[in-house]
Design a protein around this ligand. Structure first.
Ligand SMILES: [Zn+2]
Length: 393
């Protein structure tokens, strides 16, 4: 029995829709995973994520949870699901991205990375083995291999050196992961078949393909990673400041050669346009902080382009954020009221707009799935782009 069950149900060009079943939930793909950095999708109650937004999987950040409140605390309290009160699936990242982007004074060696906590400067050490141990203690459904996340502006030689290190770390990640699964270290262990599906109750492990903007290095990383063998494959190191065309080119070169029978996850991407373009190139899973991060500063995603609710133009605007949105925020509140909440610095403003933005992202993925199923993804993609661009002009 596999830890996840993955089935492609319909294809339209390279785009595909299917179901991913973990030990805790059935997830329709392409899927957008809201980011729950510190055990919370910022400003959004889990009740809303379940009932109204119907999110089936969220992302948790290993680095943040390890540093605060700490894996020991979460472990004592029965694992991450029980601690945060979320029974559906969780994907945890490896902690690598935060180790490399948040902390100062990093020292990267073959063993792992030495760095200082961004909270109090404590000296810490992270390795593939430690990342696997933390993710087992958190008890997520999908565990990510520990990779090096080099900055986007590195040269070819550096990127090549980095992807070789990532490949060696991927091997060590898998080895430690298997040991932990065999010893039952996963705190949130779920009985096989408890959600009615033929999945094993173990965690799943995804490998990460690196290689920057160099398509030949991406191929090399792909071969190395697939050679080790994972339950799913992620594409990392994109959306780090490169041109959009570079991201699309990398996707076009990588996704057709990724295993057909495993889910494909594009990490940390992106705007609504990025999601559609990546789906058209065969990607199945996404996560991004944009809906909640932009929501906190008044940035709104709509089917007719993006807007900032703080603009004076919305002072007397009685219309909803997005007339085509069926969310409870759009059903009830006007742009004028939401603008007022921001200008008065009321906490309800960011809460409501984060909610709407997540509804927009999750709703978009639902439309994408329907379009692929109907064999109408291309016209959908075209209309979507036109309507979003119309408002921008
Ligand atoms: Zn809405």
């Amino acid at each position: 029995m596999q830890p996840i069950e993955w089935k492609v149900e319909a294809r339209d060009g390279e785009a595909r829709t299917g179901t991913l079943i973990t030990r805790r939930s059935l997830i329709e793909t392409p899927v957008f995973m809201p980011v729950g950095t510190q055990g919370t999708v910022k400003g959004v109650r889990f009740e809303w994520l379940e009932e109204e937004l119907d999110a089936r999987i969220i992302l948790g950040n290993t680095y943040h949870l390890w540093i605060r409140p700490g894996t020991d605390v979460i472990g004592r309290l029965g694992g991450l699901h029980r601690f945060i009160s979320w029974e559906r699936s969780i994907l945890t990242d490896s902690g690598g991205f935060q180790v490399f982007s948040l902390s100062d004074l990093r020292r990267i060696g073959e063993e792992g990375v030495e760095f200082r906590s961004h909270l109090d400067g404590t000296k810490l050490f992270m390795s593939p083995e430690i990342s696997m141990e933390i993710q087992a203690a958190l008890g997520s459904e999908i565990v990510m291999a520990f990779d090096e996340c080099p900055p986007g502006d590195l040269g070819r030689d550096e990127i090549e050196r980095s992807l070789e290190l990532t490949a060696r770390w991927a091997k060590r990640s898998k080895q430690r992961f298997e040991e932990l699964q065999d010893s039952g270290a996963d705190r949130a262990f779920v009985e096989p078949g408890s959600n009615g599906a033929a999945v094993s109750g173990r965690q799943a492990l995804f490998g990460i393909i690196q290689g920057g903007g160099f398509t030949d290095l991406r191929s090399k990383s792909l071969e190395r990673t697939v050679g080790i063998g994972f339950d799913g494959y992620a594409i990392g190191g994109l959306s780090v400041g490169e041109e959009k065309s570079v991201m699309y080119e990398v996707l076009e070169s990588v996704t057709p050669r990724m295993p057909e029978d495993r889910p494909r996850y594009l990490m940390g991407v992106g705007t609504p346009e990025d999601l559609i373009e990546a789906v058209s190139r065969g990607v199945d899973m996404f996560d991004c902080v944009l809906p909640t991060r932009n929501g906190r500063t008044g940035g709104v995603f709509t089917s007719r382009g993006d807007l900032n609710i703080r603009n004076a133009g919305y002072r007397d605007d009685e219309t909803p954020l997005d007339e085509d949105c069926g969310c409870s925020v759009c059903a009830r509140y006007s742009r004028a009221y939401l603008r007022h909440l921001y200008t008065a610095k009321e906490m309800l403003g960011p809460i409501l707009i984060s909610h709407h933005n997540l509804s927009f992202y999750l709703g978009l993925m639902k439309k994408v799935r329907a379009a692929i199923r109907a064999g109408e993804f291309e016209p959908f993609r075209k209309t979507f782009a036109e309507r979003r661009a119309e408002a921008a002009n």
